[in-house]
Design a protein around this ligand. Structure first.
Ligand SMILES: NC(=O)c1ccc[n+]([C@@H]2O[C@H](COP(=O)([O-])OP(=O)(O)OC[C@H]3O[C@@H](n4cnc5c(N)ncnc54)[C@H](O)[C@@H]3O)[C@@H](O)[C@H]2O)c1
Length: 261
């Protein structure tokens, strides 16, 4: 009788074999780093982004490395686009196991009294309503499967409150509350809901800010540097994997020691 090989449990860590992951804002920055990492762990990827060409390019890159991927265009601040990207993911892959709510923008850097209605609506729509819309579109599939996982990308701004970025701070604080509330709603249904709160990460979103603002942010980093998209993707990957099976309704800091609670 031949001996069965002894499996090294560590070798199986963070596997996402055949899991289907929908990643909003996955065409660049942190979202693309997550898409690459998930694909490398065996997941099938739907990249949804308002920049449809970039979404398709990201999917092509993953396919070029032998992974299964689809690029979808959509503005997830609109409920009908959120429904459409969820439906397209299920049409392509038959299910959705992981949702990463990553799409976001910082908006205009200005004090409260200079903000227009549209400044507020744009950031709240893109950064917070999108999380509600896409999660609502995906959760019925996860409930039917009795399995699923949502990881949203909040920000340290949602915990600290960043002056001159009020809509952004409010939206990100909203994601943290959303995570805690939804996590408790679906806690017995095989669905986990978590979020991450990155500090400043070197991605194209930073280019929306004036140089003095990025310098000020750098000065607040205990590590004296910005984080990388890969460093955020690593935590999202852990949370999306079965290795995080006892973790739900939580917010994880990826801030290089900046967060104090
Ligand atoms: N970079 C940082 O310092 C930092 C820190 C904390 C949190 N975050 C958060 O991380 C997430 C990713 O940011 P990033 O730094 O990679 O920025 P990024 O600008 O590189 O990526 C954001 C992506 O979202 C897409 N997007 C924007 N609006 C969209 C919409 N309405 N519908 C669909 N897609 C849309 C963009 O096209 C882009 O591909 C954001 O939620 C951001 O708030 C970033």
């Amino acid at each position: 009788m031949s001996e069965r090989p002894i499996q090294d449990p560590a070798a199986a860590h963070f596997q996402l074999t055949d899991r289907v992951a929908l990643i909003t804002g996955g065409a660049g920055g942190i979202g693309l780093a997550i898409a690459r990492r998930f694909a490398g762990a065996g997941a099938r990827i739907a990249v949804a982004d308002i920049r449809i060409d970039a979404a398709r390019q990201a999917a092509d890159e993953l396919k070029g490395r032998g992974h299964r991927a689809i690029g979808l265009g959509g503005d997830v601040s609109r409920a009908k686009d959120a429904d459409a990207v969820a439906s397209a993911t299920v049409a392509e892959f038959g299910r959705i196991d992981i949702l990463v709510n990553n799409a976001g923008l910082m908006g205009r850097v200005a004090p409260l009294w200079e903000l227009q209605d549209q400044d507020w609506d744009r950031v709240i729509g893109t950064d917070l309503s999108s999380v509600f819309f896409v999660s609502r579109a995906v959760i019925p599939h996860m409930r039917a499967q009795k399995r699923g996982c949502i990881v949203s990308v909040a920000s340290i701004a949602g915990k600290e409150g960043t002056p001159r970025l009020i809509p952004y701070s409010v939206a990100k604080a909203g994601i943290i509350a959303f995570t805690k509330a939804l996590g408790k709603e679906v806690i017995t249904e095989g669905i986990r809901v978590n979020c991450v709160a990155p500090g400043v990460v070197d991605t194209p979103i930073l280019h929306q800010l004036p140089a003095e603002a990025t310098q000020m942010m750098l000065s607040k980093s205990p590590m004296g540097r910005f984080g990388t998209a890969d460093e955020v993707a690593a935590v999202v990957h852990f949370l999306a994997s079965d290795d995080a099976s006892f973790i739900t309704a939580q917010c994880f800091d990826v801030s290089g020691g900046r967060a104090t609670y």
